[in-house]
Design a protein around this ligand. Structure first.
Ligand code: NAD
Ligand code: 1GP
Ligand code: ZN
Length: 359
């Protein structure tokens, strides 16, 4: 390095720096997948692509994406049945001959594409088939492991193509779950602020403001979120994108994931597949809002208005398992301090679950 450069680099002691990664193109709207060739032409990621989808989502949109691209690109496909290390390894192998990846599906498929993209250093495009989670643009991936869910570093997608027609035709339960994932931002923020006050954890006011505003706008528009409506898909996808941006600004999932998410991850381990990700976090958020002394009834009524579950019974989950998940939450990502890490007892966990059924 030349002396001139060293002089330019000198500072007054301020040494913070943050690299925020965001997608280059975000396209949301009616028949958006038809514009995939334009998006790819804009990015120029190469000529061969691996389309990653799930069993169902391949039928829903994976095949259509393949059809749209097959005349101009060398297309291969990979079906990710579940998200585990074996699948990730197989997907990585399949990606070796591809220049770029496209993840077409729900949260697990997109996380699979995100992780493989990061490991292989290849760009990926996110094509969500449901508005069920706020990971559609985030640079983090959630990996279920034996020891619980871990948030792993990944690349954000280079582009997002969210087709509101496809998304509006997904089961409403998925969209309601995505709304619950966003509504749970309210308590994620309270937990982050708590960790800041109690533990000196660094917070980002910008990330907090965006995350909170996103939840507020979604709750304000709750009456427009109806099954089968493309406008509803439009509203929810925008909220999911906005929540994802808050995570990108924070450089972690903190503004959108607090104790209610630790509870959700614990519940998924105890009774896999019984609740969708957002559903579990929504119920968790009612309980942690109560512990924060906030308006938990407002969280509950917002979830109910959107059609998301507010009690374990609606998901056929025994109350006892929810109590266990509340107590187990502290073992999930112990470094992430939340209201559930402040000495919750079995008695208070039982009370929290009973409270969900209160009129
Ligand atoms: N990386 C992040 O920042 C982030 C954020 C939120 C959630 N997540 C993760 O994402 C996952 C949750 O996502 P999810 O709720 O989408 O779960 P999921 O990916 O398991 O999808 C749920 C179900 O919906 C089906 N599906 C998707 N689109 C459909 C459609 N159009 N029609 C019919 N069925 C359709 C899928 O086949 C699947 O059976 C969790 O693993 C969670 O931890 C990650
Ligand atoms: O890091 P986690 O807890 O998976 O959070 C990411 C996302 O689910 C936030 O809505
Ligand atoms: Zn979430």
């Amino acid at each position: 390095m030349s002396t001139d450069t060293v002089q330019v680099l000198q500072s007054d002691g301020f040494n913070k720096s943050r690299w925020t990664q965001l997608p280059r193109d975000v396209l949301i709207g009616h028949q958006a997948i038809l514009q995939l060739p334009d998006i790819i032409a804009d990015i120029r990621p190469g000529r061969s692509v691996l389309i990653i989808s799930g069993g169902t989502t391949r039928e829903v949109a994976g095949n259509a994406v393949e059809d749209i691209l097959k005349d101009s690109y060398d297309v291969k496909r990979f079906v990710a049945g579940k998200l585990d290390t074996t699948t990730l390894e197989a997907c990585s192998q399949a990606s070796l001959s591809a220049d770029f990846l496209i993840g077409v599906g729900g949260g697990r498929v997109i996380d699979c594409a995100k992780i493989v993209s990061y490991k292989q250093g290849k760009p990926f495009i996110s094509v969500p088939t449901a508005a069920s989670h706020d990971g559609i643009i985030s640079g983090r991936a959630t990996l279920p492991t034996e020891a619980g869910s871990v948030s792993v570093g990944a690349h954000p997608p280079i582009a997002v193509v969210a087709d509101t027609g496809i998304i509006s035709q997904a089961p409403h339960r998925l969209m309601a779950s995505g709304c619950a994932d966003v509504i749970s931002n309210y308590t994620a923020i309270l937990d982050w602020e708590l960790a800041h006050r109690l533990r000196g954890e660094q917070i980002s006011e910008y990330a907090i403001a965006l995350s909170k505003m996103t939840a507020e706008i979604l709750v304000k528009d709750a009456n427009l979120i109806k099954p089968g409506q493309e406008e509803a898909a439009w509203i929810v996808v925008k909220a999911l994108v906005s929540s994802g941006v808050s995570m990108a600004i924070a450089g972690s999932s903190r503004p959108a994931s607090g104790g209610e998410h630790k509870f959700g991850h614990a519940l998924e381990r105890l009774i896999p597949g019984a609740a969708l990700h957002g559903e579990a976090c929504g119920i968790g958020s009612i309980m942690t809002m109560y512990l924060h002394g906030g308006d938990w009834r407002e969280i509950r009524s917002s979830l109910a208005r959107i059609g998301a579950p507010t009690t374990p019974k609606e998901l056929n989950i025994p109350d006892e398992i929810v109590i266990e998940a509340l107590l187990k939450a502290r073992d999930i990502r112990p470094e992430r301090y939340t209201i559930l890490d402040m000495g919750l007892t079995r008695e208070s966990a039982e009370h929290l679950v009973q409270m969900l059924y209160e009129a």
